[in-house]
Ligand binder design. Structure first.
Ligand SMILES: Nc1ncnc2c1ncn2[C@@H]1O[C@H](COP(=O)(O)OP(=O)(O)OP(=O)(O)O)[C@@H](O)[C@H]1O
Length: 271
C-alpha cells in the first residue's frame, strides 16, 4: 500500500471524529499603548475530513488563530488539541513531532528559493529523519500528486504562482499530515489559478482524507470548497455553521451577512 493510500485508510477508519479543537484560546500582542487582543477566548471544533473555512475582515485575527492551531503562536491561555494530543502541554520535542502531522501553506508560498523543487519537498522529510531512499520515493509521490513531477529539478523562481503553491502543497503533504492549515492560499493568485488550487485542496481532502482549514477573506473560496464555516470578527468567532445540512437557517446575530450569503447559495458555485 502506498503512503498516500495508507493515510486515506487510517482516516476512513476514524470516521466522524474531531481532529482539532480549541478551547477558550486567547492571544494578545504587546503594543506601546497596551495589549492588543488579536484572539479573544475562541473555542472551535474542526471535524475530521471537513474543509473548514474561517472568514472575516482584515485584522479580525484569522491568521493569528490559524497559527495558534499548530502553536506557531503560543496562546496566552486556553488549550489546543490536535488528533487527541493537547499541544499546549507538550514538551518541545514531542511538539516538534506532532507538528510534522500538521501541514501548513501560506499566501506567499514560503518556499526556499535557492534549492530545487524536489529539495523543497524533501526538507520536511530530512527534518523528520526519513531515510534517503524513502525520501526520494515520497518526494516523487507528492510531486506526482500535485501534477509537478516534471518540475522536480527546477527552482521555484522558474515557476508560476500557481505552480509554486502546488510545490508548497506537496511539501506540506510530505510527512502525511492529518490536517492541512492554509493561510490565504489563493490571495496572491488570479481567478483561474485560484480555481486550480482550490481543486488541488479538494483533491487532498477527498482522496487523502486530509482535513483542511482555510483562512480567507474571499467569499468565493468558502463557497467553492468549504463544508464548514466559522466567521471571525474582532478576535472572536461570531458564527459557525455547516454547509452540509442543506438547510437555510438565517443567523440570529447581526453578523448574519456571511451566513446569509454563503448558505443562501448553498449547493451552487462549487468549483
Ligand atoms: N506579531 C504581532 N505583533 C503585534 N500585532 C500583531 C501581530 N500579529 C498580528 N497582530 C495584529 O493582530 C490583529 C489580527 O491580525 P491577523 O493577521 O491575525 O488578522 P487577519 O484577520 O488574518 O487579517 P489579515 O487578513 O489582514 O492578515 C491585527 O490588528 C494585527 O496587526
Amino acid at each position: 500500500m502506498s503512503h498516500l493510500m495508507e493515510v486515506h485508510y487510517i482516516r476512513e477508519r476514524k470516521g466522524e471524529l474531531l481532529i482539532l479543537s480549541l478551547s477558550r484560546v486567547s492571544k494578545g500582542f504587546k503594543l506601546k499603548e497596551g495589549i492588543y487582543q488579536a484572539v479573544d477566548e475562541v473555542s472551535l471544533e474542526v471535524k475530521q475530513g471537513s474543509i473548514h473555512g474561517i472568514i472575516g475582515e482584515s485584522g479580525a485575527g484569522k491568521s493569528t488563530l490559524l497559527r495558534l492551531m499548530n502553536l506557531l503562536e503560543q496562546p496566552d491561555q486556553g488549550t489546543v488539541t490536535v488528533d487527541g494530543h493537547n499541544l499546549t502541554e507538550m514538551p518541545s520535542k514531542a511538539l516538534r513531532k506532532a507538528r510534522q502531522k500538521i501541514g501548513m501553506i501560506f499566501q506567499q508560498f514560503n518556499l526556499v528559493y535557492n534549492v530545487t523543487v524536489e529539495r523543497n519537498v524533501s526538507i520536511p522529510l530530512e527534518l523528520a529523519d526519513v531515510p534517503k531512499h524513502e525520501r526520494m520515493k515520497r518526494v516523487k509521490e507528492c510531486l506526482d500528486f500535485v501534477g509537478l513531477a516534471d518540475k522536480a529539478k527546477q527552482y521555484p523562481a522558474q515557476l508560476s504562482g500557481g505552480q509554486r503553491q502546488r510545490v508548497a502543497i506537496a511539501r506540506a503533504l510530505a510527512n502525511s499530515p492529518g490536517i492541512l492549515l492554509c493561510d490565504e492560499p489563493t490571495s496572491s493568485l488570479d481567478p483561474g489559478t485560484t480555481t486550480d488550487i482550490l481543486n488541488v485542496l479538494k483533491h487532498v481532502n477527498s482522496s487523502l482524507g486530509v482535513t483542511v482549514v482555510i483562512v480567507t477573506h474571499e467569499m468565493d473560496v468558502v463557497k467553492g470548497i468549504c463544508t464548514h464555516v466559522s466567521v471571525m470578527e474582532k478576535g472572536r468567532i461570531v458564527d459557525s455553521f455547516s454547509r452540509e445540512d442543506g438547510e437555510f437557517r438565517p443567523a440570529a446575530a447581526s453578523t448574519g451577512t456571511y451566513r446569509d450569503q454563503i448558505l443562501g447559495k448553498a449547493g451552487e458555485d462549487h468549483v
